[in-house]
Design a protein around this ligand. Sequence first.
Ligand code: DOR
Ligand code: ZN
Length: 347
Amino acid sequence: MSEYLTLRRPDDWHLHLRDGEMLTAVAPASARLGRAIIMPNLVPPVVTGAEAEAYRGRIRAALPDGATLRPLMTLYLTETTDPADVVAAHSAGIIAAVKLYPAGATTNSASGVRDFDRVRPVLEAMAEAGIPLCLHGEVTDPQVDIFDREAVFIDRVLDPVRRATPGLRVVLEHVTTSDGVDYVRANEGIGATITTHHLVINRNAILAGGIRPHYYCLPVAKRESHRLALVEAATSGDPRFFSGTDSAPHPDSAKESACGCAGCFTAPNWLPIVAQVFQDEGALDRLEGFVSLNGPAFYGMPPNEDRITLRRRDRAAAFPTHITAGGETVTVFDPGFPLHWHVEDDA
Ligand code: DOR
Ligand code: ZN
């Protein structure tokens, strides 16, 4: 028996494509998206409009023929970012948003923000020009327990920044807690991306029965009650929540290490996983909102015009367990359940 679901072509509102050999290896897995917000945490980071434009060129060159993906670039906010460069890059159509990493919060975030007052002029210019701010919402204070870092960030940083800069549109990226969901619901002008992996794993996946580095990401997955809050938000139809996979490839050697780095590589199978989550919630009629409609609405863009079809088959879809990039392997996220939704995209 099979069942079909036609959706406007999905976008990904939070994606890491990396650079060099890794970009070449992972770009095909994202080629059939409509658009993707491309994260700027390269080494060195993408800080200026000119760097974003050059990076966009490298992404376009890495995409296979027939790719539908239009990369939406972001700038990596530093304490010395020039507000005029941000506004000019936005007016020239080079960037869609600016990403704020608290310094030290995650992979390649050393050039991020320590003193939030120092970026106030940039945030004010962004509010004025209507440029959204994408926030990695975790404090880096070593005194704060890693499982509490998102909730503390909301009180210490997110709320004060929003109050100090009225009119700034903010995306709380990869929200992982019910605290984050509640904050988004209670306030105006803020949305949140929800990743694929945070919809399906809780912290047991990382730690119970052995350390499983391929489930380690940042913000780290929380307890089950938080996962349930994310599933509820994603499947509720509330337009402030939309899909941003945070697909973040790393070589296995960097993950399977005494100090493994953060990131789940979900680009190859994210849509069948999300479709299964929505089916399990009896919410397949809201899947299109989460993956194709809510994101563009938040960013003030039209939804994609073309469509893709998902087909549910008795036979599970087969995905590779890993891909290779520059002689290294990169493990594909394993959701732990079979994927019966197949993407039939012959547009
Ligand atoms: O798990 C993560 N990986 N979280 C991030 O914020 C960054 C990302 C990466 O770039 O690897
Ligand atoms: Zn990310």
